[in-house]
Design a protein around this ligand. Structure first.
Ligand code: ZN
Length: 112
């Protein structure tokens, strides 16, 4: 329970009260809106199927491995210069992030 100020008369009232004890103005109706919605948000999209999850995991692993191979080649042979190093680093980062997301999604799907 918290003590709030009536928006009409300014009197200190309980936030649990339906109306202000001083002026009868409804409590909460005129108050500020909640800062954020704590209700979970459900989407209409269907959950990912096990096959979709496997594909995502496989493709993300492939991207990550490609990034590792490309970064290794770019570092070892000094081929392609700055562009090759930047692209391989990008591939590595995207592959790693995607792999982590796919891993979390498949773990969450298994828990349900
Ligand atoms: Zn009041």
């Amino acid at each position: 329970m918290a003590i709030i100020k009536c928006s009409e008369c300014g009197r200190a009232i309980s936030d649990k009260a339906a109306t202000c004890v001083g002026c009868g103005a409804p409590v909460g109706a005129a108050g500020p809106p909640p800062a954020f919605n704590r209700e979970p948000v459900y989407t209409d999209s269907a959950p990912l199927s096990p096959a979709q999850l496997r594909w995502r995991l496989a493709l993300s692993t492939l991207t990550l491995l490609l990034g590792v191979v490309a970064a290794d080649a770019a570092g070892r042979y000094r081929a392609g210069g700055q562009v090759a190093r930047t692209l391989s680093a990008l591939l590595l980062i995207v592959g790693l992030c995607w792999f982590i997301v796919a891993l979390v999604q498949s773990v969450q799907a298994r828990r349900k």
